[in-house]
Design a binder for this molecule. Structure first.
Ligand SMILES: Nc1ncnc2c1ncn2[C@@H]1O[C@H](COP(=O)(O)OP(=O)(O)O)[C@@H](O)[C@H]1O
Ligand SMILES: [Mg+2]
Length: 328
């Protein structure tokens, strides 16, 4: 899908209310390249829509980068640690600058797949059974008992990464040990969870309401980094292929998944479906991709919302709701 530019322009009144917008992009995480693409697509859309916007590349010390530019509000197009985990949100709170998306708490929580899953379990939302290892005293026999307890295959992932970085499917105990060691290079906290064969779905949630569900399929073992950003043989299904009841069920589940974490503005929930038709929540992204391959713009387009309108709607939210600290 390409991001189609529309003739959508904001009214002069809205442009004035929005003031100077800083699009925060780049960042220092493993997802820097993806964020540069997301951010430039967002910046172009804002400029096309008649919003006074400029980019700030967050490279190195975020405070130094932000202080160089004068702005009234921020569109956060950063992904991963430092940008999607409450850090930049905290900095913007301190500077009293409104920003898009979730506040400090929900951003930090959603970045941590382990804590998110614990919370979902606590409120009775379905997420694949798992164990987490934090590197302390991990011994080989643990992996045997984990494989026995959860069953193979297993998904192994760093607790706080994105874009499928560091994720492996393990089909034997040997692969599990190797996958654990690889994931541990990205994060000391590693999550080992039951593999759910799929199909896979992703649900964008805008202002608390699910957009049309997207079904995904790939010839890769799973939806890995290449399948996400490089391959042209990844298939996206819109409509999702689910019947109306199931589409409604997964939409509601995704809305609850966001609400329970405390997300604000926009987010995207990744969900697997098992052989019995049951849905299992994998994670929620609080600053999802906005590249021309990205899923939220794809879902929005299906709902009749152009890329420009989507970007402005996400930004407009900063006018009506106070930042986290001011709402406490
Ligand atoms: N438990 C699982 N069962 C099956 N596939 C999984 C599982 N966990 C992750 N995956 C695959 O890995 C991809 C990335 O995992 P996800 O938890 O969404 O992390 P990321 O933050 O990297 O996107 C998913 O989109 C899915 O294809
Ligand atoms: Mg994901």
């Amino acid at each position: 899908m390409s991001v189609v530019s529309s003739n959508y322009r904001v009214s002069p009144e809205l442009a004035q209310k929005l003031g100077k917008v800083a699009v925060l992009l780049g960042g220092n995480s493993a997802e820097r390249e993806v964020s540069l693409n997301s951010g430039s697509a967002v910046l172009n859309a804002l400029l096309n829509a008649g919003v006074d916007a400029q980019a700030i590349d967050i490279k190195g010390n975020p405070l130094d980068c932000i202080k160089r530019v004068e702005f009234d509000r921020a569109f956060i197009a950063l992904h991963g640690r430092g940008g999607e985990d409450g850090t930049i949100q905290g900095l913007l709170e301190c500077l009293n600058k409104p920003y898009t998306g979730s506040g400090i708490m929900a951003s930090a929580l959603a970045m941590d797949k382990l804590r998110t899953k614990q919370l979902w379990q606590g409120v009775g939302l379905p997420t694949p059974p798992f164990v987490s290892l934090d590197g302390a005293g991990v011994e080989t026999h643990y992996f045997e008992s984990i494989a026995e307890r959860l069953g193979l295959p297993l998904s192994v992932k760093p607790a706080r990464e994105g874009s499928s970085i560091g994720i492996k499917k393990a089909t034997s105990v040997d692969e599990l040990v190797q996958a654990y060691n690889e994931a541990a290079e990205f994060d000391a906290q590693v999550l080992i969870e039951k593999w759910v064969e799929g199909p896979e779905f992703t649900v964008a949630v805008l202002d608390g309401k699910a957009l049309p569900v997207i079904g995904l399929s790939t010839d890769h073992v799973f939806y890995d980094y290449d399948a996400k950003y490089l391959a042209d043989d990844t298939h996206y299904y819109l409509p999702s292929g689910l019947d109306a009841d199931k589409e409604q069920e997964i939409s509601k589940l995704s809305e609850l998944a966001c609400e329970s974490v405390g997300c604000k503005g926009w987010a995207r929930v990744d969900v697997m479906q098992d052989d019995a038709g049951e849905f299992w929540l994998l994670e929620v992204n609080t600053a999802p991709g906005m590249t021309d391959h990205s899923l939220v713009p794809m879902a929005a387009k299906h709902a009749g919302i152009t890329f420009e309108e989507l970007v402005v709607r996400i930004l407009e939210d900063t006018l009506k709701t106070p930042n986290e600290s001011s709402s406490l």
